[in-house]
Structure formats: structure tokens, C-alpha cells
Design a protein around this ligand. Structure first.
Ligand code: NAD
Length: 426
């Protein structure tokens, strides 16, 4: 069975046909540069000791220090972390950030830990990976089930280990600890700018478009809210416990409010579900993927649309807010059905773009206004979306292949400009 990483490599090979890049370079890019697996002992509240397994993968640093989030989830594995690190390499290049790609994670159910246990785990993870990260080496950030509070603990721990304040080692921190304004909503906001840009190219007006969003977390809830405010009809949203549907359109601010009120943030993670909101029908996470809508936004986990269920997708456009929600096999089925898939490495790049702004602010010591963050994000991501649109149309390839061509051209250029050391020193 294909691993996530071999799936990712297929996309690389497809794009490599269109880019003047050597076979050596393509082969090198199929393998992560370094993968670290660590054991993290944690003293639990009841006095017992539990050992968690964690990973950090630095995939490729040709274009700069590596960059990528840290995920706390029961499904975290080395294969998953390597694939996510691969995607980060291409995402950073696709939107022209001076970073390579990385990713990290710990295999656990974070909802089962108390806040103090989570803090000890987060600090323990940094103790284990500290030599592997750094402002000029590898810069982590939040991902699924990690948040600014956890990034703050991690930055603090790294600073203790190194005996100096190092805010630029990690992004997505609370603003009080050197975080950037606008980082919390950046992924959803960036996805919204990409959707707007693509709908403008397609000549579609928001009012005419129905939308379903799978995953109502940091990324999914923000994009749903932005679309709602711009006049799109968001008819379905879901979280891990199921979804809600209303053919006339859902009132997204009310649902967000509901999630926040029932979100026991004091326990770090929400305990409630959007399914409890009134005036709706409920639906499962499988149903939401097959809804008859114009735009489908998977914003939860990878591998949601596969060869098994791709044929049942009725949406005309898929915007990948999650990383890797559509498998390579499903891509082919969707392509034949005429479904346009706008890829993760463009659509959800707003998060890493504002992470880059945060890293720049930490290094300069000069902090930006929300307006400046937002206008930089809007102009940069819209510009990259326009280039990817143009590549897809001029080469008659999918938007995914176009995004990979765009990214690979930049990585290839950096590899060429670096000279011959890769040829002789492997
Ligand atoms: P999050 O933890 O804030 O939210 C995840 C959401 O998905 C929650 O609502 C959860 O209930 C839901 N969910 C979990 N399992 C599900 C399932 N099986 N079916 C439906 N919903 C499910 O996470 P997030 O930060 O919003 O990340 C979501 C996705 O977006 C991930 O793939 C992540 O890699 C990607 N992403 C996030 C960012 C970011 O800045 N937050 C940046 C880039 C990419």
C-alpha cells in the first residue's frame, strides 16, 4: 500500500515533467533530509510516569531554515510527519517564503490530558528536540490540536535551554510573547483570499455559491466566517463529532459563538460540538463530503477524499484547507469528473505566510499592525494564486500540478544556484 510519502512523491514526479530540474534533484527531494524520533517522559497528575513518542522531520532546507507545525494527535506517525514536512517544503516555495519544509508531532489524545500535563509534555518535547531546531535552523509552529499557549510554553522552554530569549525559534505564539497580530486567523483568511481570487477568475459571484466546510477548528471556522460575511451561502459545517446542515444557509457567527461558549478553553480543548446548534439537520463527516454544493472545503484531516469516495463528490470546486485531504488516486477520479481541486500548498499557505511575518518581526524587534499583516497577506497570496492560475491554464494541467510546478521551479533554481556540492558530496 502506498504510504503518504509515496503519494506525495507522485505529485513531485508529475510536476517534474514540466520543470527544468535534474533527475538527481528530483530523486533527492523524495527523501527527507533528517527525521528525529524521541521519547518524552511526562509525570502525570496522579504521580505515574507516561512516555510519549514524538517526531520532528526537517525535509529540505535548500531555500532557507525549515518551517512547519507541531501536531498533537493519536494518528501521528513518522510517515504522516514526513509527508507533512514534504508539503511544507513545497508550500513555502509555492508562496515564495525563504524557508524549507519541516513538521513535528506527538502521538497522543490531547483531550485526555490536563492543562498541566500538556505543559509538561510540551516542554519535554522541546527538551528532546532542542538541538534540532533554532531560528536559523528549523522553526516550528502550531498545527492540529496545538495552539498559541502551547507555542508560548515551547518558546519559553527553548529560551531556558539556551540561556537567552529566542522568540524567533517558534511562531504562532501569543502576541504577549512575541506573536504576530493576525496569526490566529491567517490560515482561514489566506484561504478566503485564494477562494475570492479564483472565483473572480471564474466569473462566479459569492451569492451564487453554496459551501460545505468539513472541520470547524482554527482554519475551518475562520474560512467559514469569512465566506459567510462575503455573501457565500455556507450550508454545512462539521467537527469531529459530526455536522450540521441547512439548505437555506447557516448563520456562521452564531455557530462560532456556540463553539466558543461551550469550548471549555480552561481545559484547553472543546468538549462540545456544533451538532448541538438548533435549526438544522445533522449529517456525518462522510455525508458532508458528498453534499450537492458548489464549493467543498475539507479543513480537518488528511486522506478524507480517497479512491473509495471520490466518485460521490458532487461539489464543483474543492479548496484544500487541510493538508492532504485529497489522495493522489482521488485526484485522478475528480479530474475526470471535472472537479477543480485547489491545492493545500496554496490554499492554506496563509498560516505559514503570517508565521514568516512573525519570524521577521521577532528578528527585527519591530511589530506590525493588524492592517499591515492583513494587507501583506492579501497581496502576496493573491499574487501567487494568479501565477498558479496562469500556469494551470497555459500548460493545461490541474491546479495542484501547477502549484507544484511553481514551487519546484523555485526549489530547482536554488539548487542550481548552490553550485555542485550536492553532486560531489552526497
Ligand atoms: P484544529 O485542531 O483547530 O481543528 C480541527 C477541526 O477538525 C476540529 O473542528 C475537529 O473537531 C475537526 N475534526 C477532527 N477530526 C475530524 C474528522 N474526522 N472529521 C471532521 N472533522 C474533524 O486544527 P486546524 O489548525 O484548524 O487544522 C485543520 C487542518 O488545517 C489540518 O489539516 C492542518 O494541518 C491544516 N492547517 C492548519 C493551519 C493553521 O494555521 N491552523 C495551517 C495550515 C494547515
Amino acid at each position: 500500500m502506498a504510504t503518504l510519502l509515496t503519494d506525495a512523491s507522485r505529485r513531485l514526479e508529475r510536476a517534474a515533467q514540466y520543470v527544468p530540474i535534474s533527475d538527481d534533484a528530483t530523486e533527492r527531494l523524495k527523501f527527507p533530509k533528517a527525521s528525529l524520533k524521541v521519547a518524552i517522559p511526562v509525570r502525570m497528575d496522579d504521580g505515574s510516569l507516561r512516555v510519549f513518542e514524538g517526531y520532528r522531520v526537517r525535509y529540505d532546507d535548500t531555500r532557507g531554515p525549515t518551517k512547519g507545525g507541531i501536531r498533537f494527535h493519536p494518528g501521528v506517525s513518522l510517515d504522516e510527519v514526513q509527508s507533512l514536512a514534504f508539503w511544507m517544503t513545497f508550500k513555502c516555495a509555492a508562496v515564495n517564503l525563504p524557508f524549507g519544509g519541516a513538521k513535528g508531532g506527538i502521538t497522543l489524545n490531547p483531550k485526555a490530558l490536563s492543562r498541566l500535563e500538556l505543559e509538561r509534555l510540551s516542554r519535554g518535547y522541546i527538551n528532546a528536540i532542542a538541538p534540532f531546531i533554532g531560528p536559523d535552523l528549523d522553526v516550528p509552529a502550531p498545527d492540529m490540536y496545538t495552539n498559541p499557549m502551547i507555542m508560548g510554553w515551547m518558546m519559553d522552554q527553548y529560551s531556558i535551554i539556551n540561556g537567552r530569549r529566542s522568540p524567533a525559534v517558534i511562531t504562532g505564539k501569543p502576541v504577549s510573547m512575541g506573536g504576530s497580530r493576525g496569526r490566529d486567523t491567517a490560515t482561514g483568511r489566506g484561504a478566503f483570499f485564494v477562494i475570492q481570487a479564483m472565483m473572480a477568475q471564474l466569473g462566479k459571484s459569492p451569492e451564487a455559491m453554496t459551501v460545505a466546510v468539513q472541520g470547524f477548528g482554527n482554519a475551518g471556522s475562520v474560512v467559514a466566517r469569512q465566506l459567510f460575511e462575503a455573501g457565500y451561502k455556507v450550508v454545512a459545517v462539521s467537527d469531529s463529532k459530526g455536522g450540521v446542515y441547512n439548505a437555506g444557509g447557516l448563520h456562521i457567527p452564531d455557530i462560532q459563538q456556540f463553539k466558543q461558549t461551550h469550548h471549555a478553553m480552561k481545559d484547553v480543548y472543546c468538549k462540545d460540538t456544533v451538532c448541538n446548534v438548533a435549526s438544522h439537520d445533522t449529517l456525518t463527516n462522510e455525508d458532508i463530503l458528498a453534499l450537492d454544493v458548489d464549493i467543498l472545503i475539507p479543513a480537518a484531516l488528511e486522506n478524507q477524499i480517497t479512491a473509495q469516495n471520490a466518485a460521490s463528490v458532487q461539489a464543483r470546486y474543492i479548496f484544500e484547507v487541510a493538508n492532504g485531504p485529497v489522495t493522489a488516486d482521488a485526484d485522478e477520479i475528480l479530474d475526470k469528473k471535472g472537479v477543480s481541486v485547489f491545492p493545500d500548498i496554496l490554499v492554506n499557505a496563509g498560516g505559514v505566510m503570517v508565521s514568516h511575518f512573525e519570524w521577521v518581526q521577532n528578528r527585527s524587534g519591530l511589530y506590525w499592525t493588524l492592517e499591515k499583516v492583513d494587507s501583506e497577506l492579501r497581496s502576496r497570496i493573491t499574487q501567487e494564486a494568479a501565477v498558479i492560475w496562469q500556469i494551470a491554464n497555459s500548460k493545461a494541467v490541474s491546479f495542484r500540478t501547477a502549484a507544484y510546478i511553481h514551487a519546484l521551479s523555485r526549489i530547482g533554481e536554488a539548487l542550481n544556484d548552490r553550485g555542485t556540492r550536492d553532486y560531489y558530496l552526497q
